[in-house]
Ligand binder design. Structure first.
Ligand SMILES: Nc1ncnc2c1ncn2[C@@H]1O[C@H](COP(=O)(O)OP(=O)(O)O)[C@@H](O)[C@H]1O
Ligand SMILES: [Mg+2]
Length: 545
């Protein structure tokens, strides 16, 4: 809203300056014309042999001839131009000084991490052996996000981090290139505390491919070259080939010199990711971090990106964060993170047999797969969202099943146009078996707030859904708990969760996001009367009961 205010101010100022300029420019032109006319008139008059007197100024007859008048006019014209430029220069100077102030503000920011001052004599190419030692970290010290992480990832191993969103997976991987300073413990790379490396050395040994890759304005070549500044053309082309991107690039009119517009908006999501992979291939770092690199892609784009990734992961230490559990059969170890702690780890098979959190997540995803298959999306469909039951036995759902689960609330999420798909109905609540020593759970023993959402499409209420499970999914497909039948709503758009004693709504796989009070939000804690926009014509109205 502050931004909106500034934009309005800027527009008003722009209009006013346009208005002044519109008045000013003709005025100046008129003065110039008048001045010229006066000079020609008076000059001609005197040149013709007449005397001219204006106050103290006196021109005697015959002192001016036609040549003098013409050269005077010529010099005068030369004088006008710099004056005109000067007026423009003030504008420019004002804008530049405002810009310089902003730049200074950014430069004055304290760095998040401090470079080590001890000289570093070691190798600049690291092997990629990673150890987390009792790591505690919070973005603000009083709210820890990671609570005692102990983990060893030997050189060349491929591990996966899984778990509910908000569990700290992304935070954990960001600590390896030292994007943040940990509050306790140590992160070691090749046995050396990562605070001992110069940041440049540390970071050139880590490549990341994230959910949405950042592209810069510039050519494709420059965007790939970011991976290793100064790389040769043939290296860049080689990297693009391995990233399955060379052909796409060559089909563009300007090839590698095609301009990438801001944030790469002239490229599709899959192409952006493949450019990012080309960058990572070029960088050739020993540690590779993949943070849900295919999460925002459709099935075909995903297949291409996965192929490019296959080349990239060879011979490196790889950490992959993924919600698609079915793709994790080949990783060496799966680590389940929940609420900032490692709650399970092992191979896919081990975890599957364990009957713990991971098993619960798998079952949940299989249930959704089944529904997707029924909808003929095919079993290659991506299941990125961790629609996972709460893991620990001390959740309110399990402690007190009576008030919610047994009340026969009939959910009426717009049943009228449900397609006749034989989707297996979910059991009332999928309860994951839990190991006795599982440290999960957040200990909030509070009965969930009784609440419901009213579904409105095109201004009409088309259904009401009681919040009767810990996780309710929202979307256009009938497999969702809250069905919002609008083309502008994504298949799996968002979800509502009971977390830490609050109902909250969070974006899932939506294309256009969710908005509250005109602002796009990723997560929003619901309070009575809140209206959440899934699309301009589709809203959810939250009310407590
Ligand atoms: N830049 C940040 N500043 C403050 N809090 C953050 C930031 N990034 C993430 N968090 C918080 O840290 C927690 C863990 O987030 P994240 O590491 O992104 O989890 P995951 O990747 O498992 O979904 C969340 O509660 C999130 O709100
Ligand atoms: Mg994340």
């Amino acid at each position: 809203m502050r931004f909106g205010g500034r934009v309005n101010e800027n527009r008003a100022a722009g209009l006013r300056s346009g208005y002044l300029q519109a008045q000013f420019t003709p005025l100046v032109a008129m003065l110039v014309a008048l001045g010229t006319a006066t000079i020609v008139g008076v000059g001609g008059y005197v040149a013709a042999g007449n005397p001219f007197t204006a106050g103290p100024f006196q021109l005697l007859p015959g002192t001016i001839d036609a040549g003098l008048i013409i050269s005077f006019l010529f010099y005068l014209k030369l004088l006008y131009q710099p004056f005109r430029d000067l007026s423009k220069l003030t504008n420019l100077a004002n804008a530049a000084s405002a810009g310089a102030e902003r730049i200074q503000e950014v430069l004055d920011q304290a760095p998040e991490v401090i470079e080590s001052t001890t000289p570093y004599p070691g190798p600049t190419k690291l092997r990629g052996d990673i150890v987390f030692e009792n790591v505690y970290f919070g973005y603000s010290p009083e709210r820890p996000v990671l609570k005692g992480i102990n983990l060893t990832i030997p050189t060349g191993k491929k591990v996966a981090f899984v778990g509910l969103s908000g569990g700290g997976k992304t935070t954990l991987v960001k600590l390896i290139p030292r994007f943040y300073e940990i509050q306790w413990g140590a992160v070691r790379v090749d046995g050396v505390d990562n605070r001992m490396y110069p940041l440049k050395v540390l970071r050139q040994n880590v490549s990341m491919v994230l959910q949405d890759s950042v592209l810069f304005e510039g050519t494709i070549r420059e965007n790939i070259e970011v991976g290793r500044p100064g790389a040769s053309d043939s290296d860049i082309i080689e990297a693009a080939k391995k990233a399955q991107m060379h052909e796409t690039i060559m089909s563009l009119p300007d090839g590698y010199n095609t301009i990438v517009r801001e944030q790469g908006k002239n490229f599709s999501g899959g192409q952006r990711q493949r450019l990012a992979i080309a960058r990572a291939i070029l960088r050739d770092a020993s540690i590779l971090i993949l943070d849900e690199p295919t999460a925002s892609l459709d099935v075909e784009a995903e297949a291409e990106v996965m192929r490019a990734l296959d080349t990239l992961i060879v011979g490196r230490t790889v950490i992959v964060i993924s919600h698609r559990l079915s793709t994790l059969g080949n990783v060496d170890e799966i680590i389940v993170l929940n609420d900032g702690r490692i709650v399970e780890k092992g191979t896919y098979q081990e975890l599957k047999r364990l009957g713990g959190v991971f098993t619960g997540m798998l079952e949940e995803q299989n249930r959704y797969s089944a529904e997707r298959v029924a909808e003929r999306v095919g079993d290659k469909s991506i299941l990125r969202s961790a629609f996972v039951p709460s893991p620990a036995g001390n959740e309110p759902w399990q402690a007190q099943p009576a008030p919610i689960a047994q009340q026969n609330w009939h959910a009426v999420a717009a049943p009228q146009n449900r397609p006749a798909v034989p989707a297996p109905e979910p059991e009332s609540l999928p309860l994951a078996p839990v190991r006795a020593d599982s440290p999960g759970g957040n200990g909030v023993r509070q009965a969930p707030q009784r609440a419901r959402v009213r579904i409105e499409v095109d201004g009409k209420v088309i259904g009401v859904r009681k919040l009767d499970k810990p996780v309710l999914t929202i979307g256009r497909l009938s497999s969702n708990d809250v069905l919002v039948p609008s083309q502008r709503v994504s298949r799996m758009h968002a979800r509502i969760l009971w977390e830490n004693g609050m109902w909250l709504i969070e974006d899932a796989d939506s294309l256009n996001g969710i908005a509250y009070q005109g602002r796009r939000v990723d997560r929003h804690v619901l309070s009575n009367g809140d209206k959440i926009f899934l699309a301009p014509d589709s809203t959810l109205f939250y009310e407590t009961m």
